[in-house]
Design a protein around this ligand. Structure first.
Ligand SMILES: C[S@@+](CC[C@H](N)C(=O)[O-])C[C@H]1O[C@@H](n2cnc3c(N)ncnc32)[C@H](O)[C@@H]1O
Length: 362
């Protein structure tokens, strides 16, 4: 992500005069609403102050999740996405419209639609795009009403932390309405959202969607869901790790909110039509859980396609060939990252000793 100027962001708030201390108080209340009480969430009316606080902290931090998921895709898929028109459903302050423009920059062929039931969120989204991407204002549609764009571009429909406020039939209805070619979910990394997306999956398959990330295949059973069905508490999610602009870090400290590590659920689907997806035979896997680090190795849980099934395996990654900087890189890997590997020894019980290349590999 390009550097975001916090001052520029602040100048575009609905209430730019708010001090950081006040923003931090508001953020604590917003956090409680989403994570503790949730009562009244459906009928919540966002004030200008709350929208400004949300924008200060969640817009720049959530945008990082978009970058992470896009980085995991095959370059050819990114190329297709870059040409899409975008509908950001539950856009809030325009978070994923901003993230999309920021990621792709340059000339974008499609129009951008931000849909939200909250008037103040839409006003805020307009300010943001005006401040950061004024060249796109003529292609921007911010509105409460749904409307199907009339164009020939492929269409990307994004749900960013909005499914979390909807039920399954509402989500299906929105997808049916827009008939997207691509579908991106960037939602909280919690078991309820995993369960919701797993419940949606058979309907997505019926409607000819295929998964580009995170699953190599979605017809074969998801091994994490199999664990859940066997009574184990588990959910598949990603964890972005990194740092933000110093002003945002400071705001997080004041609000007692840690965004250096963000659990989320990022899925991307495409309408496959009649063409079945080819599953790569390359040795690629996705890091799904950090298990342990010893003096000699890292132990990771990974998800991969093997012997015609999706499987969870334990990878033992020896440190002996790593220099200091490579060891650091391995400590910083985010859950959800794709990578390629070579098996050097099968250790039994679903464990393999492997050599890993951390270059993103789709
Ligand atoms: C938590 S905010 C997320 C904002 C932004 N997408 C992000 O991730 O930063 C959820 C937004 O979804 C909107 N929303 C929830 N349900 C909606 C619905 N059924 N129709 C339109 N907007 C909805 C809310 O008004 C709110 O602005």
């Amino acid at each position: 992500m390009k550097d975001l100027s916090y001052q520029k962001l602040k100048n575009s708030f609905l209430r730019p005069e708010l001090q950081d201390r006040k923003l931090a108080y508001l953020l604590e209340d917003i956090k409680n609403l989403y994570t503790i009480s949730r009562a009244g969430l459906e009928s919540k009316v966002w004030t200008e102050e709350e929208v400004s606080a949300y924008t200060a902290f969640y817009l720049p931090t959530n945008a990082r999740k978009f970058d992470f998921v896009l980085d995991q895709l095959d370059p050819s898929v990114r190329e297709e996405l870059s040409k899409c028109e975008v509908i950001d459903f539950g856009t809030g302050p325009g978070t994923y419209l901003y993230a999309f423009l920021n990621y792709f920059g340059g000339d974008h062929c499609g129009h951008l639609w931000g849909i939200d039931k909250e008037r103040n969120m839409l006003l805020q989204a307009e300010n943001i795009i005006n401040a950061f991407f004024p060249q796109y204002i003529s292609k921007l549609h911010l509105q409460k009403e749904r409307e199907v764009p009339q164009s020939t571009c492929d269409r990307l429909l994004i749900f960013g932390n909005s499914c979390n406020e909807m039920n399954l039939s509402q989500i299906k209805e929105v997808i049916n309405f827009y008939q997207p070619d691509f579908l991106l979910f960037l939602e909280p990394g919690v078991p309820t959202v995993f369960d919701l997306l797993m419940e949606l999956r058979p309907w997505l398959i019926e409607n000819d969607f295929d998964c580009d990330y995170p699953c190599p295949d979605m017809v074969r059973p998801c091994p994490v869901q199999q664990r859940v069905l066997a009574g184990k508490e588990d959910w598949c999610h990603q964890v972005w790790r990194g740092t933000h602009e110093p002003e945002i870090e400071r705001l997080g400290q004041m609000a007692k909110l840690d965004r250096k590590s963000m659990a989320f659920i990022g899925h991307i689907y495409r309408k496959s039509g009649s063409k079945p997806k080819e599953i790569s035979n390359k040795n690629t896997a996705r890091f799904i859980r950090y298990l342990h680090e010893t003096k000699h190795s890292f132990l990771w849980e990974v998800c991969l396609f093997h012997e015609e099934q999706l499987q969870i395996k334990t990878f033992e990654i020896p440190k002996k060939s790593m220099n200091k900087s490579a060891t650091k890189d391995f400590k910083r890997v985010c859950v959800g990252q794709n990578f390629s590997f070579e098996v050097t020894k099968e250790l039994g019980d679903g464990s393999w000793r492997v050599a890993v290349s951390l270059e993103p590999s789709p």
